[in-house]
Design a binder for this molecule. Structure first.
Ligand SMILES: Nc1ncnc2c1ncn2[C@@H]1O[C@H](COP(=O)(O)OP(=O)(O)O)[C@@H](O)[C@H]1O
Ligand SMILES: [Mg+2]
Length: 252
């Protein structure tokens, strides 16, 4: 579904991502791990049109999406959540999800072929997403008044509102307590059962190992391993990368 070939990004002399190949099949729950600064967020930024790659290819459902704007990539069916969450602080939870849905509906989205959905259908869809993400009781609160765990939920709701085929999540469990992390794990399983393909960057290795069917490991911008949780866990290069994270970062 998502094919990445030789994807690279250099910032001046620093190779943040170097020649990464990835192949994410439809329906997968695919994990990406790696020490801090290993290029995970930069990779997502390229996949979602926020950063222009230095080289390499990105194909989604066989189409070249490299060079498309973030809005066009969202409309192609790729949604993301951010490591650092930002909302329009004066909007309510419901308005935030509604606005994200409008992005999907803009220029040739749902209106093409299916016909215009009624306001009632659209409101129903927003409600359905709020329920799925446990936000229904908080729908009329201001986004800025939400406690941290619910902010993360709203970030997911906003991504789902764009009707993605694939959801890229950047450390969704960061800052969550164990029970919130557990809930998130269950939610991700359910989204996948509903047919969504998920790519998960996560610091919480336990969570990734328990959840993902395939895991790629980045270190200094390069993919050093890929496989099942068991394969990755026992890979000597992966063990060395995690033990060696205190070493100074080599600049290319
Ligand atoms: N916009 C940028 N300009 C310069 N360097 C950057 C930029 N974004 C990321 N980097 C550098 O690229 C490397 C990879 O960063 P990042 O992708 O954020 O890593 P991760 O998400 O794995 O922690 C780091 O060394 C980081 O400092
Ligand atoms: Mg990051």
């Amino acid at each position: 579904m998502l094919e990445v070939v030789g994807l690279s990004k250099a910032f001046g002399g620093l190779v943040a991502v170097g020649g990464v190949d990835l192949s994410v099949p439809q329906g997968a729950l695919f994990g990406i791990i790696g020490p801090n600064g290993s290029g995970k967020t930069t990779l997502f930024n390229m996949l979602t049109g926020f950063l222009e790659p230095s080289s390499g290819e990105i194909r989604f459902e066989g189409l070249n999406v490299r060079g498309l704007s973030p809005e066009h990539i969202v409309r192609a069916g790729i949604a993301r959540t951010f490591q650092v969450v930002r909302f329009h602080k004066e909007s309510t939870v419901r308005e935030t999800v509604w606005a994200a849905q409008s992005l999907h509906l803009g220029l040739g989205g749902l209106f093409r072929g299916i016909g215009s959905p009624s306001q009632k259908d659209l409101a129903g869809e927003v409600d359905r997403i709020l329920e799925k993400t446990w936000l229904k009781p908080h729908a009329d609160r201001l986004a800025r008044e939400l406690p941290f765990g619910l902010v993360r939920q709203l970030e997911i709701a906003r991504a789902l509102a764009t009707r993605p085929k694939i959801l890229l999540m950047d450390e969704p469990a960061s800052g969550m307590n164990p029970s919130e992390t557990h809930q998130l794990t269950e939610d991700l399983r359910r989204l996948r059962e509903d047919g969504l393909t998920v790519v998960l960057i996560e610091h919480d290795i336990e969570m990734v190992m328990g959840l993902c069917d395939r895991i790629a490991v980045l270190n200094f911008g390069r993919k050093i391993a890929e496989g099942t949780a068991d394969q990755v866990k026992n890979d000597p290069d992966v063990i060395a990368a995690y033990l060696g994270t205190k070493k100074k970062r080599a600049h290319a």
